[in-house]
Design a protein around this ligand. Structure first.
Ligand code: AMP
Ligand code: ZN
Length: 493
């Protein structure tokens, strides 16, 4: 595939250190609160990327950290520890908070069909490894101890700002909130590898170290976790665009200083989900969650569909109206899939291969998921039998993960359930791919059912004058028609 690489600022042919194998790392959530749907946009797009690489035939090893220590309110190592803030807010221990929100994160991921990475490592589970790497950085002269803390010395690097094509606004995130000069730093960009002189007397989690009792900085966890589970050469590193600086910049600095050779070849950054008032953010406290979408009656997969319809390198504006449009389109898509007949002849393998080739090219162009969605509609419209359509849709859904066939089967079942048990006759019509069912209460009358079906067909064809005429005709015969999802029910009044 071709993928934009934020480290080279170019779209490049995707390559791996070991042919056929992708070592992939993802910055995981800071578990002091629920993930908001902005965070989840990043994880949805990263999930689609992982699945596309697998679809292309790569063997992918995906690793993710869980940040349960060390992430301060400002990414520039100032402010309160986010985990401590969460624990105080809920009057619980830091570990209870971490467990609760880690579980909540993976519950949300499951609802959005986001696959759990091959390795998930909470930062608190690998402290010994962090100490080993920090010690080596000091030995190599890349880090120094000052005022009780250990700092990375950015003046030892040839190049520090690697992701300089991001907006000033993106880059400013790390230094915007609560800018506070740290007099221990030799250079403005130096960052903390290990804190002992904590500003917080009540810091809940502390570990013994050669530099005193303390805790790790946020950046070191991702370098160490990746080097442990992905090895010395990382192929692909992912995160939201706000992670590019200072977090990813600092990860590169310390990993390459430790390893003594280039570390990660490709960097994938997902741009933000924004609301009208700016970036959706956890620290602002006002954000939308998957549970809230569910409470409001949205299928979480409609949100996934919404995300897939836009490109990951563009900001995405969330509004209820935009989500409604996506949900409407998703429901319609499912209806069209539900209208495909099961076991309708042999699969046309040649046609299926052609569809697949197009999908690979389209989505393989910098993860163009919206073109992937367009490919679904192309299949639905194509002059091939339903068996071929179902097979190709299922194939594409390995990447898009919209549960197309499962949701369609559930819809069909729901439509059958809606049928009154007492009477058997159901008329079934298919227009523009949608199934339209006519049912009745009381004694059957084929002539009336046929009229109701004609009215439904007229409505689906947006021929409203004709639909109204038929309704009037039925009314004159004492028949009341009620529209229900996927059809209509009639009864005598
Ligand atoms: P956090 O839990 O704050 O560490 O963030 C988890 C992931 O979500 C990181 O990769 C962030 O870069 C990403 N992220 C944060 N806010 C947004 C947003 N509004 N839109 C998209 N991704 C975001
Ligand atoms: Zn990270």
């Amino acid at each position: 595939m071709y993928l934009y690489n934020s480290a080279t600022h170019k779209k490049e042919k995707f390559q791996t250190h070991t042919p056929g194998r992708v070592e992939m790392y993802t910055c995981g959530p800071t578990v002091y609160h629920y993930a908001h749907i902005g965070n989840l946009r990043s994880y949805i797009m990263e999930d689609a990327l992982e699945k596309f690489l697998r679809y292309e035939g790569y063997d992918v090893n995906r690793v993710m950290n869980i940040t349960d220590v060390g992430h301060l309110a400002s990414d520039a190592d100032t402010g309160e520890d986010k985990m401590l803030k969460g624990a105080k807010r809920e009057n619980k221990s830091v570990m209870d908070i971490a467990k609760f929100y880690t579980d909540a994160f993976f519950d949300d991921c499951a609802k959005l069909n986001i696959k759990t990475p091959d390795v998930v490592q909470p930062a608190t589970g690998l402290i010994g490894e962090f100490i080993k790497v920090v010690s080596r950085l000091i030995e190599k002269g890349s880090a120094y101890v000052a005022g009780g803390n250990v700092y990375f010395d950015t003046s030892t690097l040839d190049r520090y700002y690697v992701f300089n094509d991001h907006d000033q606004e993106d880059l400013a995130v790390g230094v915007r909130e609560g800018v506070e000069e740290d007099a221990n730093k030799r250079n403005k960009n130096d960052f903390v590898l290990w804190f002992t002189k904590s500003k917080f007397e009540d810091q809940a989690l502390k570990w013994d170290s050669p530099w005193g009792v303390g805790y790790p900085g946020w950046h070191i966890e991702c370098s160490c976790i990746s080097m442990k589970y992905n090895g010395e050469y990382l192929d692909l590193h992912c995160g939201g665009v706000d992670n590019a600086f200072p977090h990813h910049t600092n990860e590169i600095a310390q990993s390459e200083a430790y390893l003594g050779h280039p570390w990660c070849a490709q960097w994938f950054h997902v741009h933000h989900l924004n609301t009208n008032s700016g970036k959706m953010s956890k620290s602002k406290g006002e954000f939308l969650t998957v549970s809230l979408l569910e409470e409001k009656g949205y299928d979480p997969l409609a949100y996934r569909f919404f995300c897939l319809q836009s490109h990951y390198r563009k900001g995405l504006v969330f509004s209820w109206e935009n989500l409604d449009n996506a949900a409407g389109a998703y429901n319609k898509l499912i209806k069209r899939v539900a209208a495909l007949r099961d076991g309708d002849g042999e699969i046309d393998e040649a046609a299926a291969a052609q569809f697949k080739e197009k999908f690979l090219t389209q989505v393989g162009n910098d993860l163009n998921t919206s073109m992937g969605v367009t490919c679904l509609y192309d299949v639905l419209k194509a002059p091939v039998n339903d068996a071929t359509k179902r097979a190709v849709l299922a194939d594409f859904d390995q990447v898009l993960s919209l549960s197309l066939l499962d949701r369609a089967a559930a819809l069909r079942e729901k439509m059958v359930e809606l049928q009154p048990k007492s009477t058997g006759m159901v008329l079934d019509s298919k227009i523009a791919g949608d199934v339209y069912l006519v049912r009745h209460e009381g004694e059957p009358d084929p002539e009336i059912s046929k009229l109701v079906l004609q009215r439904g067909e007229a409505k689906q064809a947006k021929n409203f004058a004709e639909a109204d005429q038929i309704r009037d005709k039925l009314k004159a015969r004492g028949i009341e028609v009620t529209d229900v999802p996927g059809g209509a029910v009639w009864k005598r009044v």
